[in-house]
Design a protein around this ligand. Structure first.
Ligand code: FAD
Length: 322
């Protein structure tokens, strides 16, 4: 069987004589500028672990490929081996229980996440963020794990995941460990994953009795997030409300605005509370100046988007949104 992978104007072909379970060579079919690399598609987690351990320095994990393949095409990275994790059953699927919470396999696509009934019912902020992510074509390919591990400031899902206190489950040569998503980012394109480690799944605690979230962004050309803010409020049984605020494209990586959250939880409700929280979120932001926007613009939009999010949430909570 010959497998073609197409991206951009290039296509690469898998040479058929190689065994499914071991590396296969890829050759450029047309287009002419890709360096050759090996391709591996492990079918068990044990096999993936071995491969990752063997190729830690030269191997690159391939999930949906919406980022990796573009970087290979642009020669930003030149992997020796591409390790395709989409065949691993342990990385697939979404499970939910009222008391246990939500578990998202790392290779869950953004489209599958947004269409899942329990996610829509109990974690609707994830759905709102998913709907903003790229085009339908991208959402059908891009995975939850890829959107986290790519570790770009402008990614859309992590702010919502941060609001839900998500935890990353990593598997590496030393076994499995968990890291809160808030501690997973070390810089742009830098995560807490050690070489040879794989993000297996992401878990979210059980949903609150009532919660409502808002995600507002400024986008460029309807695509890339120039700046974004996720706001979530949740109530257990009593009247007290817990707040979460997380920002996109406002720092080298997705970021929680802790001081703004604390302020909302303790301040007297009213316009001054909202203003102060927006100001604290602006202070937490460490935005970059780049081709899409200036740092000054981003910081000021953090204030606007956080204010808009809080106002939407307050309005909805008074009518018991979810
Ligand atoms: C046209 C276009 C529009 C886009 N628009 C948006 C947008 O609006 N919002 C947005 O957030 N993103 C956007 N993206 C970026 C991209 O689609 C997302 O970041 C996507 O979620 C990446 O997921 P993936 O599965 O395709 O990752 P891949 O490209 O397969 O991998 C991304 C990175 O994560 C690593 N990785 C993936 N999975 C794992 C794992 N389980 N364990 C360890 N490492 C792993 C890979 O090695 C690689 O370094 C866009 C991309 C394109 C091409």
């Amino acid at each position: 069987m010959v497998i073609y992978i197409k991206f951009g104007c290039n296509a690469i072909r898998r040479i058929p004589e190689m065994n499914e379970w071991t590396y296969s060579d890829f050759y450029l079919e047309r287009g002419g500028n890709l360096h050759p690399f090996d391709y591996a598609k492990p079918t068990s987690l044990a096999e993936a672990r071995t491969l990752l351990a063997q190729t830690a320095a030269d191997g690159v994990v391939l999930a949906g490929g919406s980022d990796v393949l573009r970087r290979i095409e642009e020669e930003v990275i030149r992997p020796q081996v591409l390790i395709d994790i989409k065949g691993l059953p342990e990385l697939r699927g979404i499970s939910f229980s009222v008391h246990g919470g939500l578990s998202l396999g790392a290779t869950t696509t953004i489209s599958a996440l947004a269409a899942h009934n329990d996610v829509r019912r109990h974690y609707s902020l994830l759905v709102k963020a998913s709907h903003q992510l790229g085009s339908l074509r991208i959402r059908n390919r891009a995975t939850v794990g890829g959107n986290i591990c790519v570790a770009l400031p402008q990614t859309d899902l992590p702010p919502a995941l941060l609001c839900y206190d998500a935890t990353c489950h990593l598997l590496g040569p030393e076994g499995e460990r968990t890291v809160p998503l808030s501690e997973c980012y070390k810089g742009t394109r830098q995560t807490a994953l050690e070489p040879g480690e794989l993000l297996v799944r992401v878990t979210l605690p059980a949903p609150a009795a009532y919660s409502y979230g808002a995600y507002h962004t400024v986008r460029q050309g309807g695509q890339t997030t120039v700046v974004g803010a996720a706001v979530l409020a949740r109530r257990a049984s009593g009247p007290s409300t817990e707040w979460r605020i997380a920002l996109a494209a406002a720092a080298p990586y997705p970021l929680r605005a802790y001081e703004a959250e604390t302020h909302l939880a303790s301040a007297e409700p009213g316009a001054a509370m909202v203003e102060k929280a927006a100001e604290l979120a602006m202070r937490a932001a460490q935005p970059a100046d780049d081709i899409r926007a200036s740092a000054r613009y981003r910081r000021s939009m953090v204030g606007v988007l956080v204010r808009r999010g809080i106002e939407e949430v307050i309005e909805q909570l008074s009518g018991r949104g979810r």
